[in-house]
Design a protein around this ligand. Structure first.
Ligand code: RBF
Ligand code: MG
Length: 382
């Protein structure tokens, strides 16, 4: 891409959404709803999630009462559910890239506002649990502090006004359609980072559509770029996953000539949902064989449009035989790129080989090579 086509309108301030953008609130909502619905002999069905993201609490409650045909009013529902949430605000994890983004903008003195449909008291309770967040925002506005919440532009216009920045010079970062709609109606630049997968067609109004905060390129808007990318890779807080190798789709070696040692996702749905889809790399340990370099994808493999989120490590080593059933241990240390679709199988294969070369080279950097000795890779029992 040329510089001209990738450079957008220059901005001087950033307005951030909270739930689903900086915080993994979905995980909490799902947890609470599962417990709550049992009382009414109903089962939480994730399909409603897209109808509640970005809504105010009262709107979201109305949707749930109606969708599940609950024998109570929206108000009754809210008064029952609110206490179930209120002692949990501190348990909401920051989404990958959220702390990095806030710290980067604060370090570079970029004015920042938080604009959320959540009531102000809840916002405060949530962000107080994350070190350095509150101080980084010069403006914080809750849904109860404006006449109408998102998708009304009011909360964004109020944020811009208090930041003392022209709306057209504000960059909004949002995970939901109501947030995107409000930001555009306010005349702002909007980066959409959808919290619900496979819904990108709903976000065509966005000025940029990214998969996770790890893919944010602030320089497109004239903001100071992140400086932590190194040789095409982004260091992340290392995480571990392990289990027996399963056959997966058996497609890796057959169709692509790239044998992936797929891990069973059973028991790991929580861990997987915490990590954005994308191409990552790190170290892989096979108890009876050794430790190898590894590049992997997490997600739905857009080229194949899988229905399940899978984790597909490619061990960068020639093995004489396969090792289905063996215990595979992974330490994931860095990120390379979002998953992509390709017009031909050849271009997918070429890209995966490029990922392999990037990983191979980066893993020799001390920053990443030190994890080769991680004890998790060598432990023999699960
Ligand atoms: N699949 C995609 O559809 N798009 C991708 O961008 C993509 N990137 C990958 C990168 C690496 C390093 C690996 C190991 C796999 C990737 N895959 C991707 C998944 C690949 O399509 C999958 O492993 C095979 O289909 C085998 O099931
Ligand atoms: Mg949101």
């Amino acid at each position: 891409m040329s510089v001209e086509s990738s450079l957008k309108m220059l901005v001087s301030g950033v307005i951030l959404d909270l739930d689903g953008t900086l915080l993994n609130t979905d995980a909490l909502v799902v947890g609470v709803m599962k417990v709550f619905l049992v009382k009414y002999s109903k089962q939480w069905d994730g399909r409603e999630v897209h109808k509640i993201v970005g809504k105010t609490p009262i709107e979201a409650s109305a949707v749930i009462v109606q969708e599940y045909g609950l024998p109570c009013s929206t108000e009754e529902f809210m008064s029952e559910i609110t206490p179930m949430f209120s002692d949990q605000w501190c348990n909401i994890k920051a989404l990958p890239g959220a702390c990095r983004l806030i710290k980067h903008l604060a370090d570079h003195k970029v004015p920042m506002a938080l604009a959320s449909n959540s009531p102000r008291a809840n916002i405060d309770a949530k962000i107080n649990c994350h070190q350095g967040w509150k101080e980084s925002f010069s403006v914080i506005i809750g849904g109860d502090e404006v006449r109408a919440g998102k998708p009304s532009p009011e909360i964004f216009l109020e944020a811009a006004n208090r930041l003392n920045i022209e709306p057209s010079r504000c960059l909004v970062i949002e995970d939901s359609v109501p947030g995107l709609t409000g930001g555009k109606a306010a005349g702002m630049q909007v980066v959409a980072v959808p919290s619900i997968p496979k819904q990108s067609d709903l976000f065509t109004a966005a000025d940029d559509l990214i998969n996770s905060l790890l893919d944010l390129h602030l320089e497109k808007w004239g903001l100071p770029p992140f400086e932590d990318w190194i040789e095409g890779t982004l260091p992340i807080e290392p995480w571990h996953i392990g289990g027996p190798v399963i056959k997966g789709y058996g497609r890796g070696s057959k169709v692509l000539g790239i044998p992936t040692a797929n891990l069973s996702t059973e028991g790991y749905s929580d861990l997987l949902s915490q990590h954005p889809s994308g191409v990552y790399f790190g170290w892989a340990g096979l108890s009876t064989r050794g430790v190898y370099k590894m590049a992997m994808s997490i997600g739905w493999n857009p080229y194949f449009n899988n229905t399940e989120k899978t984790i597909e490590p490619w061990l960068l080593h020639e093995f004489k035989d396969d090792f289905y059933g063996e215990d595979l241990r992974l330490v994931i240390v860095g990120y390379i790129r979002p998953e992509a679709n390709f017009s031909t199988l050849e271009s997918l294969i070429a890209k995966i080989h490029e990922d392999g070369r990037v990983a191979e080279k980066a893993l020799d950097l001390p920053l990443y090579s030190k994890y080769k000795d991680d004890l998790f890779l060598r432990s023999s029992s699960l």
